[in-house]
Ligand binder design. Structure first.
Ligand code: PCA
Length: 202
């Protein structure tokens, strides 16, 4: 079995994005499954083509994308992607769509097709706080959740995809007045737990 796990480059004035830092530190094999790691630009236009090229190159069974959600206190496994781009800040290419559809004639939303409750349970079992999230926002992460699910529905049937948001790292919040954070070691452990749940569910 093959899993594609993606993280984003830094955005919004941050020097690092913990999502790609954590993804890079994952083992190459988890529970016998091959883990392919990919950095995705925090850009509306390039994010999905970069992921689709990796799907074509590697033919993964499942795709798990990871993104930073600054301000959240725990690991959140996302339930749904909405068919809307409504960016509160410009993306890394300077794009700032407002109330635009991602796919003109696509459904309003896609539920992710990964075992989200089991992923939360496996992360919690490692002693790491986690929960299901019912909104991924309307920025590039939501774009990727919706867009990858749409690719699967329309071009790559049988694959499964989903998304995990992670908090800031402690070093990112030193001057952010009480903003929650989580260490990179914990985030990496959490992602391993989530991947174990995905593999066992397959
Ligand atoms: N988080 C952003 C996009 C890239 C990332 O890591 C988001 O939540 O949309």
């Amino acid at each position: 079995m093959k899993l594609l796990v993606t993280g984003f480059d830094p955005f919004g004035g941050e020097q690092i994005n913990p999502s790609i830092e954590a993804v890079k530190r994952l083992p190459d094999v988890i529970c016998g499954a091959q883990i392919i790691k990919l950095e995705v630009p925090t850009e509306k236009t390039r994010s999905l083509p970069v992921i689709e090229s990796a799907i074509l190159e590697h033919d993964p069974d499942m795709i798990l994308s990871v993104g930073q959600a600054g301000g959240r206190a725990d690991i959140t496994v996302e339930r749904v992607g909405l068919n809307v781009d409504d960016y509160r800040i410009p993306d890394n290419a300077g794009d700032q769509p407002v109330d635009e559809k991602i796919v003109a004639d696509g459904p309003d939303a896609y539920f992710v097709n990964l075992p989200i409750k089991k992923m939360v349970e496996y992360i919690r079992r490692k002693g790491i706080p986690a929960s299901v999230s019912n909104t991924a926002g309307t920025f590039v992460c939501n774009h990727v959740i919706y867009g990858v699910r749409h690719l699967i529905e329309t071009k790559y049937p049988g694959k499964r995809s989903g998304f995990i948001h992670i908090p800031f790292l402690p070093e990112q919040v030193v001057n952010k007045g009480g903003m929650p954070s989580m260490t990179l070691e914990m985030v990496v452990e959490a992602l391993i737990g989530a991947v174990e749940a995905m593999i066992e569910d397959q």
